[in-house]
Each structure stands twice: as C-alpha cells, then as structure tokens.
Design a protein around this ligand. Structure first.
Ligand code: PEP
Ligand code: MG
Length: 547
C-alpha cells in the first residue's frame, strides 16, 4: 500500500482499477533492420489490426452519435489502404533498412505537412486524419492496447497531465476517476472533471506514473486529494464507508430540488450550470439548475475533425435550447487558443499563449468563423431563451465589433427570411482586469456581464492557471480579484445590466455570502454544485452582520 497526495478538484471517492492514459502521439525511435521483408509483414499485420479496431469504433459511433460523425472512421479505413501512403512506408523500410514504426512516423509527418499546405480547407483537415491513423498504426505495431478493448469496466484514468482535447476524447462512460501527476486546479481538465461529476485528484507528483500500471487497484479521494495504491482490505472498507456517507449526503441534497434559491432575509439569486457540450444537459436537469450560465461552445470545435458547419452548430444549440424548455441558456462564443488548441485552426506556436491569440481575438481576426457561429446561434434562438456572450474582452471597441457582427448576421437572416428571436440577450465575460476596470464603459453596451474568475484570477495575480508550481501563490480569495468583481457589479447595476459569475469561484460556498452582498444576480457552477450552493444560499441571512 502506498499513499500519494495531490489536490482534490472534485470531492468524491472512487475505488477501482488503473488505466494509464496512452497518449496518441507515440514517440518513435529509428532502428536498423536487416530483414526488411519481415518488417513489411509487420506493417501488413498492424494494418489488419488497425482496420479491425476502426470498424469496431465505426459501429460504436454509428450507434452513439449517428452516421455523420461515424463517417470519419470509414474515411480512416480508406486512408489506411491509400496507395501513396503505403508506397511511402514500403519505400522507406526498403531503401533505409529501418523499423516499420519509424517509416510510418516519417510518412505521417510528410503527408500531414503536404495536406496542411493545400489551399482547400477539406484537404487541410485531412492532415489531422493522417496523424491519427498513423498513430493508430504505430500503436498496433508496438503492441499498445487500443482503448476500445470491448470491456465495459469503468477505470481510473491516470496520466502525467491531460490536455482538454485529450479529456474530451475519453469515453466518459468508462471513466471512474482522474488522477494526474501534474496539472492545476483551474485548468480545463480539472473543470471537465467537475462537470463530469467524477472524483479527480491532480498534481500528485512526478513519481506517481512510474509506480503504477494498468489494472493496479487504486483509491482516489477527491475530498482530501489522497490517492492510495494497492490498498489493503481495512483501507478499502474504510473508504467504502466514506463513499456511502457521500451517497447519504447527496441524497439529502436531493431534497432541495424544486426549492427556491433564496436567503433567510429574502434575497434571491439565480443558480445556473456550466456545460461543455450537449451531453451535459442531462446532469444540468438532474441537478435542478435554473438555466445554463455558460455553454463552452469551443468543445464543439474540439470534438470535431474540422470546423463545425453552421448546420452542425445550429443542431447542437437548438438541442440545448429545446431541452432547457424556456430556461435561459447562455452560449459563449468560441474561446480557443491558450491551452485549448485545435489542429485545424493552425494557430502559430506562441511564447505566452495565455496572453496570445485566443477567443474573441481569433473571432474578430477570422470573421468567417465568427459569422458561421453567430448565424447558427441566432437561428437556434427561435427555439428558446438564448443569451450570447463574448470571452476575453479588454476594450470597448472589441464589444462594438462583436455587436456589429451580430447586427450584420441578423440583417442577413432577415433578408433570407430565417426566423430568430428578438429577445437574445448579449453579454460579455469579465475575465481580464481591463474589462473590470472599464466596466462602467462596457456595461451600457450589453445586457449582462459574466465574471470568468478563472482567467480574471490568472491575469490579476499574474499566475498562469496551467502552471501547477504556482498553486501556492494563487490566493483564490485575493482581495484584488474580489474588488474587481465588486467594481464590475456596481458598474453593471448602475448602467442597467445584470451580472453573474461563471468561473469556478462561483461554486466556492465560502464566498457565496460575499457575492450576494455585492449584488451578484447569478452564479453559474458545474452542475453537481448547484444543490450545494442552493443549500448555502438558503442558510444565509444578509440582514445580519457578515462574519
Ligand atoms: C473563466 O475564465 O473563469 C471562465 C469561465 O472561462 P474558461 O474557464 O473556459 O476560460
Ligand atoms: Mg476564461
């Protein structure tokens, strides 16, 4: 039995088996081979295995996400048979007497680069596909297990760290918990774990990964950040008891469903939920959220192989609005860049990505992407109560450009006789100190503010939210951040806008009273936190002195 300590990012307990996360990008070494014929045979066998895996994935995707999204795996199977691709692998093995893995990796790089340099957007997107099938082929060559192993057992996914794109690609029905060696609590991976309602511990330290292997037994305690490898019977019994205690507490919270979010002295606040995709709606409804305060629309792009079309986006937004049946749904326009990288966007590498080309900066620079999203959003607005908000705002001019783009899209839809709601609320995220400081100038332009405390904290305290080493320097209750929120609330109200908080701090019940006293109108939290925050709100009495 061995204990590791890290930081719990979602308080729940899991007891189960380890699945070490296998990174798609296998690192490949070049080795000299004498028997090139045998090497070519290895390629043929690996191809057969890869095709078998792909057809299983295709069948699964067909059932779960439908024909359109499943098609990509058919394309992958066809690409594996492509003559040029196969000739290149054979040629490299034969002429250089090298191992198959190396020949596949070089072919992959060459083809990916060739596709990326083409003018046609469809062909450019094939670059990611070539990398994908090549990684699969390399994994088959090196005997790495495919994640689609047909077993239904839920596993504890352990990794050095996970990028948001890797987290979304995990089969959520099979993840019992997350443990990462690195990572920070405000990273998008931690946020996803919270949204997924599963125990998660991050930052357990470098040694962890080398100590574990697939199938090892593990206890993950997301309350205390403790991870126990190979627990003995007594420890398992102790944690099973704690798990049952959690379940009892959860059941008690269920009694708060249907109750109002109102303090003892009658102050009410809206409690909404944050989601990353259409599949989050079930948890939102199950937790009785009053609406969706933040739909991180970039996950639609992250899950996609290419720019999602207007039609695909419209279908997703409409589904969310219809499922929420008249409750408010605030969809944030694309917020990629920084830690959320998408190959097909072909963003340049940046020295300081958090201070770089991201979010609204991309949308205003590449208006065709922005316009497609806004058209889909306005079209979907006819099916519910939509709010649209723009991330990473720092200036009046950015807001004006966003609003002008909305006007342009509305004019287009009117000309095309496409219906949309005239009640769409427009808002901005307050997640840069600049936006908070000029909130008096921004408030008259919009209907609402939503404070993104994750980024507001990183930019105010100059602490990269991705950097685990800085955790001890990040005071999440820092007075500077709280003052900026208070200032924004005051300015919003003076200029007739309402204000919510959608960053992780909204779920911090130690601050609920402070936020309500500032006059915050809405708190939007990961769905599992809706009822705990409601419980807190109902216990408060704002007519008494704050302790
Ligand atoms: C935030 O910055 O607080 C926020 C809600 O946005 P994200 O975490 O997606 O950057
Ligand atoms: Mg943000």
């Amino acid at each position: 039995m061995k204990k590791f300590s890290g930081k719990g990012v979602y308080g729940a307990i899991a007891i189960g088996s380890v699945s070490v996360f296998k990174r798609q990008e296998a690192s490949v070494r070049r080795t000299h081979i004498d028997d090139t014929a045998a090497e070519l045979e290895r390629v043929e066998n690996a191809k057969a295995l890869a095709t078998e895996q792909l057809s299983a994935v295709y069948e699964k995707a067909l059932k779960e996400v439908g024909e359109t999204h499943a098609q990509i795996f058919e394309i992958h199977m066809m690409m594996l048979e492509d003559d040029d691709y196969n000739d290149s692998i054979r040629n490299i093995i034969e002429t250089q007497s090298v191992n198959a893995e190396y020949a596949v990796a070089v072919t992959s790089d060459n083809f990916a680069e060739m596709f990326a340099s083409m003018d046609d957007a469809y062909m450019q997107a094939r670059s990611a596909d070539v990398k994908d099938i090549s990684n699969r082929l390399i994994a088959c060559l090196s005997g790495a297990a495919d994640s689609e192993d047909g077993s239904d057992e839920k596993m504890i996914v352990c990794a050095d760290d996970l990028a948001p794109s890797e987290t979304v690609s995990l089969d959520k029905d099979r993840v019992l918990a997350f443990v990462t060696a690195f990572g920070s609590s405000n990273s998008h991976t931690a946020i996803l774990a919270r949204n997924m309602n599963i125990p998660a511990v991050i930052s357990v330290g470098e040694g962890f990964i080398s100590e574990i292997k697939d199938g090892d037994r593990l206890i993950v305690d997301g309350h205390t950040g403790t991870v126990i490898l190979d627990p003995d019977e007594k420890t398992i019994a102790e944690y099973t008891e704690k798990q049952q205690e959690d379940a009892r507490k959860k059941a008690l919270l269920q009694e708060l469903k249907g109750k109002e979010n109102i303090t003892k002295d009658g102050t009410s606040v809206k409690i909404y939920a944050n989601i990353g995709g259409v599949d989050g709606i079930g948890t939102v409804l199950a937790n009785d959220a009053g609406g969706i305060g933040l739909f991180r629309s970039e996950f639609l792009y992250l899950e996609s192989e290419d720019y999602p079309t207007e039609e695909q986006q419209f279908t997703a937004y409409r589904k969310v609005l219809e499922s929420m049946a008249g409750k408010k749904v605030i969809i944030r326009t694309l917020d990629i860049g920084a830690d959320k990288q998408i190959d097909y966007f072909k963003l340049d590498k940046e020295d300081n990505p958090a201070l770089g080309f991201r979010a609204v900066r991309i949308c205003l620079t590449r208006p065709e992407i922005f316009r497609t999203q806004l058209r889909a959003l306005y079209r979907a607005s006819a099916f519910g109560e939509l709010g649209i908000m723009f991330p990473m705002i720092t200036s009046v001019s950015e807001v004006e450009q966003c609003l002008e783009m909305c006007e342009q899209v509305k004019r287009e839809l009117t000309d095309e006789d496409i219906p949309f709601s005239d009640k769409v609320e427009l808002g901005i995220m307050i997640e840069t100190p600049a936006a908070a400081v000029i909130s008096d100038r921004l408030a008259p332009l919009v209907d609402f503010f939503s404070v993104g405390t994750n980024d507001l904290t990183q930019y105010t305290l100059a602490c990269d939210r991705q950097n685990a080493k800085l955790e001890r320097f990040v005071d999440t209750h820092h007075e500077a951040v709280l003052r900026l929120i208070e200032m924004s609330a005051k300015n919003a109200h003076e200029k007739g806008a309402w204000i919510g908080i959608c960053g992780e701090l909204a779920a911090d019940t130690e601050l609920t009273e402070t936020f309500l006293r500032m006059g915050i109108d809405e708190l939007s939290v990961s769905a599992p936190f809706v009822l705990p925050v409601r419980e807190k709100v109902r216990s408060l009495d704002l007519s008494a002195e704050q302790k």
